[in-house]
Design a protein around this ligand. Structure first.
Ligand SMILES: *Cc1c(COP(=O)(O)O)cnc(C)c1O
Length: 459
């Protein structure tokens, strides 16, 4: 048929909106979203006719189905919860650390009211947003002072810009890391204005290397935690204690980019790293770490150190650029507060809880999920299996945790099952391993088990 005749058959927007089929859901969505959905679909039809993809105008029933789908996508927030069935606890793609109840409550408290964000209630004058968390951080870590910025990359930036602009910073070649995205230590250093002075080799760096590189223009010794890889074999690095000795000898500050930053000892799960208070005792001048890695709080970069350095950082113009908002301060305070009682912290901070849960408990959890899935899908071939879980989030590379998963084998290819689960209203993100789909239970909340079982019905 003549394209022009077909094009003239396309109904008007109002006509579609007033059709019996579309009026069924016309009141479920804001009018303007609906209008834009109808326009999208009519445009699509117009283009399909022009490109000869269709030879007739779809009927209103068909249009209504497409409009409903389009409007639903538009009305669903793009950012939304997913079910993490990957067994990676601090999954950067999933927002790293889910917050504790207390942190969520605290955010709610400060969200809708006026608050004393930058107001000194005692004096009746302007206050500082740093004041709200200074005490809790210094009392938990032992450091003299602190400052919180947007994330640890920002922390590194402001520390170097304050301490070492146009000056040299000595770093081991074995620590010039890249942390996903675009965080590369050499790049952040050059952005901050510091001059990188690399010493040693990829696998070995000695105290002598730092000493040989020292000159009048050196502003700091920097140690960077190799958070996401491990060099094994013929290796040597300079310990933080040795670096502190160097710093004292040359009257030069020692900066430690810890990446994750531990507040409780996690040796029981194979993370053999010093805690922040231990770093303080070692005599480090400045240290920085993320709020949303092993601390289990909101995205933030926490800088701790000697007061004279932190005071300078607070005066740096970058402080305003990198400052955190009231939600971060509120959530961070509540998260830190849990650490006054380590047992409570492990119980109440979700990532600590998920990391330290016993193998037996995980097995029980997997058995429970298996049972719920079986009840709904009696024909599905599933089993409980052991698997390796990970800390994730650029923390504790090489540490594998003993986990449990429900494995699913069906007549469909595993990739297809994976896609079906990912396509759910609450997407379920799983692992595919040798043609099997693994639903790792470590990071799934039990309240979501029904959703997982329900999703498998279509498999
Ligand atoms: C993760 C990490 C960073 C970056 O921290 P963000 O909070 O993600 O900005 C910097 N340095 C190290 C060593 C890290 O592990």
């Amino acid at each position: 048929m003549d394209k022009n005749i077909l094009l003239r058959e396309i109904p008007q927007v109002d006509e579609v909106l007033n059709s019996k089929e579309v009026s069924k859901f016309v009141n479920d969505y804001p009018h303007s979203i609906l209008v834009s959905a109808v326009r999208d679909i009519l445009n699509q039809i117009r283009n399909d006719i022009k490109n000869e993809k269709i030879i007739a105008v779809p009927n209103v029933e068909e249009m209504a189905v497409a409009i409903k789908k389009n409007v639903e996508t538009k009305a669903t927030p793009h950012i939304r919860p997913v079910i993490n069935a990957t067994g990676v606890v601090l999954h950067t793609n999933f927002g790293r650390a889910p917050l504790s109840k207390s942190a969520v409550n605290m955010i709610e408290k400060v969200a809708s009211d006026y608050i004393n964000l930058e107001y000194d209630i005692k004096k009746g004058t302007r206050g500082s947003r740093h004041d709200h968390i200074e005490n809790i951080i210094t009392s938990l870590t032992g450091f003299e002072s602190c400052m919180v910025v947007n994330n640890n990359a920002a922390a590194t930036m402001i520390v170097l810009s304050t301490i070492a602009k146009n000056k040299e910073v000595i770093v081991s070649r074995g620590e010039l890391i890249e942390i996903g995205g675009s965080f590369r230590v050499p790049d952040v250093m050059s952005e901050s204005g510091a001059i990188l002075k690399e010493v040693g080799t990829t696998n070995k760096t000695k105290v002598k290397d730092y000493e040989n590189a020292y000159n009048e223009n050196v502003a700091a010794f920097l140690k960077v935690h190799t958070s996401n890889y491990k060099i094994i074999g013929f290796t040597e690095e300079v310990s933080i204690e040795e670096m502190v000795n160097l710093g004292r000898k040359y009257n030069t500050p020692v900066i430690y980019d810890l990446g994750s930053g531990l507040f409780v000892n996690l040796e029981s799960i194979g993370i053999n790293e010093p805690t922040i208070p231990e770093i303080e005792k070692a005599g480090v001048d400045i240290a920085m770490f993320s709020g949303d890695k092993l601390l289990g709080g909101p995205q933030a970069g926490i800088i701790v150190g000697k007061k004279k350095y932190i005071d300078e950082m607070k005066k740096n113009p970058l402080a305003r650029i990198l400052r955190v908002d009231k939600f971060t301060i509120a959530a961070l305070f509540a998260t830190l507060y849990e650490y006054y009682d380590e047992k409570k912290a492990i119980e109440n901070i979700p990532i600590l809880n998920m990391l330290t849960v016993s193998e037996e408990k995980l097995k029980e959890k997997a058995n429970k999920l298996e049972k719920i899935i079986k009840e709904k899908n009696s024909k599905l071939n599933i089993a409980v299996e052991k698997c390796d879980d990970q800390v994730g989030g650029g923390a504790a590379p090489g540490v594998l945790l003993n986990g449990y998963a429900v494995s699913v084998m069906s007549t469909l290819p595993a990739e297809k099952v994976e896609r079906i689960l990912r396509g759910q209203k609450v997407p379920i993100i799983v692992r595919v391993n040798h043609e099997k789909v693994l639903i790792d239970v470590r990071c799934i909340e039990e309240k979501d088990f029904d959703k997982v079982a329900e999703a498998l019905v279509s498999v």
